[in-house]
Every structure is written in C-alpha cells, then in structure tokens.
Design a protein around this ligand. Sequence first.
Ligand code: HEC
Length: 152
Amino acid sequence: MRFISKAAAAAVFAVAVAGIAGQAAAQQKPEEALEMRQGLFQAVKMNFGPIGAFAQGKAPLPADAAAKAENVAALARILPMSFAKGTEALPGANTKPEAFTSAEFQKGFGALEAAATQLAAAAKAGDEAAIKAGVGAVGKTCKGCHDNFRKE
Ligand code: HEC
C-alpha cells in the first residue's frame, strides 16, 4: 500500500513537470527554456542527492528512494526539450555550444534515464548493494556529461 501511494505521487510529479515543460515549449521563449532547464537540473539534484548521500554513508536511505529515482528518470525524459534553439548563447547558460549538435549529448539523457530506472528497481527491491551500485552508475552519467558539455 505504501509503495502504491509513493508511485502515484511520483506519477503526479512527473505529469506536473511535463505540464510546465509543455507550456514553455509552446511559448518558445528561449529565456523560459533556460529557466526550465536549470530548474529541472535542480529537481534532478534534489531527488538524486539524498540517495547519493546514502550511498556515501552520510545519511539513511530515504523511505521514498524508489519514487525519487523514478522522478530522476522522468526528468531525464523532459530535459532534452529545454535545450531548445535560441538557448545556445543566453547569458547565464552553462552549456558548451557543441552540445546542441551532439548525438552523444542527447544519448547522455537516455543513459541517465536508464541508470535511474535501474536504481529505482534496486530501491524497490530494498537491495542496498544494488542501490549503491546504481548510484554509482547514475553519478557516472552526470559526470560524463558535465565533463564534456557543461562550462566550468
Ligand atoms: C546529458 C547531459 C547531462 C546529464 C546526464 C546531466 N547533466 Fe547536469 N547539466 C548539464 C548541462 C549542460 C548543464 C548546464 C545547463 C545550463 O545552464 O545551460 C547542467 C547543469 C546542472 C546543474 C546546475 C543547474 C543550474 O541551476 O544552473 C545541476 C545541479 C546538475 N546539472 C546536476 C546534475 C545531476 C545531479 C545529474 C545526474 C543525476 C546531471 N546533472 C546529469 C548536462 C547534464
């Protein structure tokens, strides 16, 4: 029962974020796309951070770790649309120009989604070793993309 309500909460969250993303895309203002992008990354950090802290032995496993990991997977699906045309050279943007034409960059979001989905499965199973391995796999996708495509 507890799990069902958490999954429902994650679904509502994903729908809400998708709604915000859809609006911004419809209006096609580059500044809004950038705001959305940076907000989505903040949401990634807020959902992934507590599970990462557990993996590092700094905090207990969050009770809703599976839902948090599912949120990260949903955010990874939404993020690509925030790298819209017109956002390449905005003040405050921290994305290298080559990201906008890179297939590898796009694949990075798919890798994040896949790793976060695996992490959610490990959290559902309550398998602590698999959760720690899953955090490592997700973290690799963050770092891999930041090293290549995020400005210092
Ligand atoms: C496929 C590429 C990619 C992946 C995967 C990725 N990031 Fe990022 N991230 C970026 C880029 C590019 C920026 C800079 C965005 C900008 O401001 O233009 C960024 C920015 C951020 C920011 C700063 C947002 C702000 O407020 O300016 C945070 C926090 C962040 N990422 C966290 C994460 C975490 C945590 C993960 C993994 C769970 C992750 N990212 C995975 C590419 C990626």
